[in-house]
Design a binder for this molecule. Structure first.
Ligand code: PNS
Length: 158
C-alpha cells in the first residue's frame, strides 16, 4: 500500500498542480495533497481556503484527500504514514531547488523518498505567482486554473 504526499503552497492551485495529482492518483493507492501553512507568509488564500478549493478540485478522485500541515514536511509525512513525496517539475530551473529540498528532507528523514513528475508541456509556463498577477491585472486565467479557483480569484481580487 503506497500512500504518497503531494506537498505545496497551492496559492492558488493551478491546472499544472492538478495534473500532477491526477497522475499520482493513478500511480499510488492513496494520495494526500498537503497544503503548507507557513505563519510567516501572507498568502492570498488561507490554508483552510486552499484546502477547501483543492477538495473541490479533487472530488472526482476517490483515493485523493487534502490536508494542511505546519512545520516540517518530513514530520507530517511520518504523522500520516507516508514515505513517498511527489513534486512536479516544469523545467531545469525547478530542478535546482527541488533537488535541494529533497536532499534536505532525506537528511532530516532517511525514510522519505522524493519522486518527480514532469509537468505536462501545456502547463510548463504556469506558476501560482504569475496566475495571481494576471488575475490581479484583469487577464483571463480560465485556461490556467480549475473553475472553482478561477471564481475564488475573481472574488478575492475584485
Ligand atoms: O509549492 P511549493 O512552494 O514548491 O512547496 C514547497 C513546500 C511546501 C513543499 C516546502 O516549502 C516545504 O516542504 N515546506 C515545509 C517546511 C519544510 O519541511 N522545510 C524543510 C525542507 S526543504
Amino acid at each position: 500500500m503506497i500512500r504518497a504526499l503531494v506537498p505545496g503552497s497551492f496559492d492558488p492551485p493551478t491546472k499544472g498542480h492538478l495534473d500532477v495529482v491526477e497522475r499520482c492518483a493513478s500511480l499510488f493507492d492513496e494520495v494526500i495533497v498537503a497544503v503548507v501553512h507557513n505563519p510567516s507568509k501572507t498568502p492570498l488564500f488561507t490554508a483552510d481556503e486552499r484546502v477547501e478549493l483543492l477538495e473541490e478540485c479533487v472530488a472526482a478522485w476517490s483515493n485523493v484527500s487534502v490536508a494542511s500541515f505546519e512545520g516540517l514536511l518530513v514530520d507530517f509525512a511520518q504523522e500520516v504514514g507516508a514515505r513517498t513525496v511527489v513534486k512536479g517539475l516544469r523545467a531545469v530551473t525547478d530542478f535546482e531547488f527541488e533537488i535541494q529540498m529533497s536532499q534536505m528532507n532525506r537528511q532530516l528523514s532517511s525514510d522519505v523518498v522524493s519522486l518527480f513528475v514532469a509537468t505536462k508541456p501545456e502547463y510548463g509556463y504556469l506558476s501560482s505567482s504569475l496566475v495571481k498577477e494576471v488575475a490581479r491585472l484583469g487577464g483571463s486565467v480560465d485556461e490556467m486554473v480549475p473553475g472553482p479557483v478561477g471564481a475564488a480569484l475573481k472574488e478575492r481580487l475584485q
